[in-house]
Design a protein around this ligand. Structure first.
Ligand code: ADP
Ligand code: MG
Length: 321
């Protein structure tokens, strides 16, 4: 197998809450990503997806655990080292407009990274504009425009083009299509899949809509209350998903298939916060299969089959790792 591009080991993030409490936003996440792979992270709002992404992209400090990038420990980098990693890991967020400067033309915005990282002079970078825009299926004339003159879908295409301009090794898309109309979202997902094939991109695709995440990824990691509860190949999701939470997500997505997809509802976060106080499995308060043991000890991830791991006391691994 190819060398792992990214590996998370026991990745943990706590935020202080008030004077004494801490919020355990991410708890001991183990995850690996191979070159050329598209890995999805799914889970409801507040489960820690963005915090994982921000730690990988060196935008938030790690509380505990490790991040390895191309085999190198990048958990705690100095500023110059972080700059180098910023070139390798690019992140696209939900709201494209927020990353533009309102008075900067699309052309200047698109060439900024190339110049900043010394990959091209300003003039050379301007010469690359038609190609950079063409890659995301936008006409070269758009380079003259200001961000507010573009539609939301065009803005997000420009943001993707800029992220790709510096040839990152990893592209993280954090709810990058969630705010777009369904038809625009579909076009951008198609674009991403084409770019992934053409450029052999490695992607981390984060979302709260399981059907969307499944449609563009090779593998899916499901998070609940800061923890990774299951990871499995996207193609096996419907047949082999095993964790009670993943099953519930699947039911909420696919049970109404005839009437169009239903999004996973954003649930009462106070429930999750309560779960965080417990010693045991975070899903235990909501789990229909909870046993006494689930309140006492947190289940560890165990192998269920090829590329499939589950953290659940109620599941008996077929061939544990
Ligand atoms: N800077 C912060 N300070 C305090 N709490 C935070 C901060 N960022 C995120 N959180 C909390 O961490 C948890 C996970 O947040 P986040 O990673 O944004 O979740 P998701 O992206 O899955 O919606 C939430 O409870 C959120 O309120
Ligand atoms: Mg988020």
């Amino acid at each position: 197998m190819a060398e792992t591009l990214l590996e998370l080991k026991g990745l943990t993030k706590t935020f202080p809450v008030g004077k004494r409490d801490v919020l355990r936003a991410v708890r001991g996440v183990d995850l690996a990503l191979n070159p050329g792979e598209c890995l999805g992270i799914v889970g409801e709002s507040g489960c820690g997806k963005s915090t994982v992404a921000r730690m990988i992209a060196q935008l938030t400090e790690v509380t505990d655990g490790h991040i390895y990038f191309e085999g190198r420990d990048v958990t705690r980098l100095s500023r110059p080292q972080r700059r180098e990693l910023w070139r390798s890991v690019q992140m696209v967020f939900q709201d494209p407009y927020s990353v533009f400067s309102p008075r900067m033309t699309v052309g200047d915005f698109l060439t900024e990274g190339l110049v900043y990282f010394g990959l091209a002079t300003r003039q050379q970078a301007r010469g690359m504009l038609p190609e950079l825009l063409g890659r995301v299926e936008l006409p070269a004339e758009l380079a003259q425009r200001l961000p507010h003159q573009l539609s939301g879908g065009q803005q997000q295409r420009v943001v993707i083009a800029r992220a790709l301009s510096i040839q990152p090794k990893l592209l993280i898309l954090d709810e990058a299509t969630s705010a777009l109309d369904v038809s625009v979202q579909r076009q951008i997902l198609k674009l991403l899949m084409r770019l992934k094939d053409e450029m052999n991109l490695t992607m981390l695709f984060i979302g709260h809509d399981l059907a969307v995440v499944r449609s563009v990824t090779d593998r899916i990691a499901v998070m609940y209350a800061g923890q990774l509860v299951e990871a499995l190949p996207s193609a096996a999701l419907r047949q082999e998903a095993s964790h009670p939470y993943t099953r519930r997500l699947l039911e909420s997505v696919f049970s109404t298939a005839d009437r169009g997809r239903k999004q996973i509802g954003i649930e009462d976060l106070s429930q999750i916060e309560k779960g965080q106080m417990l010693e045991g499995c975070p899903y235990q308060p909501r789990c229909p299969e909870a046993m006494p043991r689930c309140a006492d000890a947190c289940p560890a991830l165990a192998g269920m089959g090829p590329g499939h791991t589950v953290a659940c006391h109620a599941r008996k691994p077929g061939n544990a790792r």
